[in-house]
Design a binder for this molecule. Structure first.
Ligand code: S3P
Length: 428
């Protein structure tokens, strides 16, 4: 795709629905008794992978426009899949479904695309094995992975990583355990599982960084309205801040405290962002955001805030390129095991445009203020790398070519249409 520079972004629009919440609504709806209606569902490739997996496990799931209707089967009503379950590019699907499958009465094999087959599964194999399941994985760490369930026991697990996928996998297995299951994290990761499982009738409690789930007889269907995804809004927040003359309103953005780290970082960098119309929908806080072009300055992003913005670091890195001074990103080694090694891919690709980035084992140092020039860029089939490179390229001094840009369909199918609709190009 050819990306030509833009002069400003303006208008009022909504961004796509939250990926994490959409996944969970399908999973919990499938396990509940009764019919769950999900409105404003994200029809991105990852969430469609979750729907396909649960259809293969015998769940009747109907899709009509952006609404999904699920005839739940109950906690013990899933049926064996004739095929290996294909989780596509979705780490959330593989890791969360593994917890659920550990509590079933049949074995299941999971796999996914080339990226999924490189992502670490030991982080869930260890706790789920401690609970009693047997997980056979390639090199004990990678998909394809077969889960042989067993009577599960409740455990107290000190997770070495702040990962909502690991935490959720264990909590979902905990629904089937013989006693309470506790996960203690080094820092609090996104809490959509805790919020939504509570709405479906499970007993989940939190004390500091520890979350405990009680074993559960049944979950009960409830209707879900999915808010907009702050991880998708991130690209337009940053594009609005760095493109002179921009003035945007992004509607219906989820600002759950475990997800809103980017907002706090961009405000600290001097970003002119105002949140208004704050309200709560289905237990999740949302708002509208006005974003105006701003002169940004560098900052340090580290410590407990990292899990609240882990998916937004590619967008933050682009903001830092247009900020005065240095931005330090630390404590973010998890970036190395995302859809691509995002420290490596951001460094390699942004450097081609003239960016000054020093990669670190757990982050990067970005020296802002150097003009970007046109280059031929590669997304590595990583949706967030594709979108980060695009907003950087929109503000380069000459056109860029981005290879494999269609992977934005993983989380933001209409990214390029929205960008086109709300931006003015130099040539127009
Ligand atoms: C997700 C959790 C995060 C995030 C991913 C979605 C989720 O991963 O990067 O895009 O829905 O639970 P980790 O929990 O492994 O950090």
């Amino acid at each position: 795709m050819l990306i030509t520079p833009i002069t400003k972004l303006e208008g009022t629009f909504s961004i796509p629905s939250d990926k994490s919440i959409s996944h969970r609504s399908v999973m919990f709806g499938s396990l509940a008794l009764g019919t769950t209606h999900i409105s404003n569902f994200l029809m991105g490739d990852d969430c469609l992978s979750t729907i396909n997996c649960f259809r293969k496990l015998g769940v009747n799931i109907q899709i009509e426009e952006d609404t999904v209707t699920i005839e739940g089967k109950g906690l013990h009503g899933l049926t064996p899949s004739e095929d290996i379950l294909d989780c596509g590019n979705s780490g959330t699907t593989v890791r969360l479904i593994s917890g659920i499958l550990s509590g079933q009465a049949f074995s299941t094999t999971l796999t996914g695309d080339a990226s999924i087959q490189k992502r670490p599964m030991k982080r869930i194999i260890k706790p789920l094995s401690e609970m009693g399941a047997t997980l056979e994985a390639k090199e004990d760490n990678f998909c394809p992975m077969t889960i042989h369930p067993h009577a599960l026991k409740g455990i107290c697990y000190h997770s070495p990583v702040a990962s909502a996928q690991v935490k959720s996998s264990i909590l979902l297995a905990g629904l089937y355990a013989d006693g309470p299951t506790t996960v203690i994290e080094p820092a609090i990761s996104r809490d959509h599982t805790e919020r939504m499982l509570t709405a479906f009738g499970a007993t989940v409690t939190r004390e500091g960084t520890a979350v405990t789930i009680e074993p559960c007889k049944e979950l009960y269907a409830t209707d879900i309205v999915v808010p907009g995804d702050i991880s998708s809004a991130a690209f337009f927040m940053v594009a609005g801040l760095i493109t002179p003359g921009s003035d945007l309103v992004i509607q219906n953005v989820g600002i759950n405290p475990t997800r809103r780290g980017i907002l706090d970082v961009l405000l600290t960098m001097g970003g002119d962002i105002t949140c208004f119309n704050e309200k709560e929908v289905c237990g999740e806080p949302i708002c509208d955001m006005r974003v105006r072009y701003s002169k940004l300055h560098g900052t340090t992003v580290e410590g407990d805030i990292i899990p609240t913005l882990i998916d937004e670091i590619p967008a933050i890195a682009v903001a830092a390129l247009f900020a005065e001074g240095k931005t330090y990103i630390k404590d973010a080694a998890e970036l190395r095991v995302k859809e691509s090694d995002r420290i490596e891919t951001l460094h390699t690709e942004l450097s081609k445009m003239g960016a000054h980035i020093t990669p670190l084992a757990d982050g990067m140092i970005i020296d802002g203020g150097y003009p970007l020039t046109g280059a031929t860029l590669e997304s590595y089939h990583d949706h967030r790398i594709a979108m980060a490179l695009t907003i950087a390229a929109c503000n380069a001094q000459s056109p860029c070519t981005l290879k494999n840009s269609d992977c934005v369909s993983i989380s933001f199918p209409n990214f390029y249409q929205l960008l086109e609709m709300h931006s003015q190009r130099l040539s127009s």
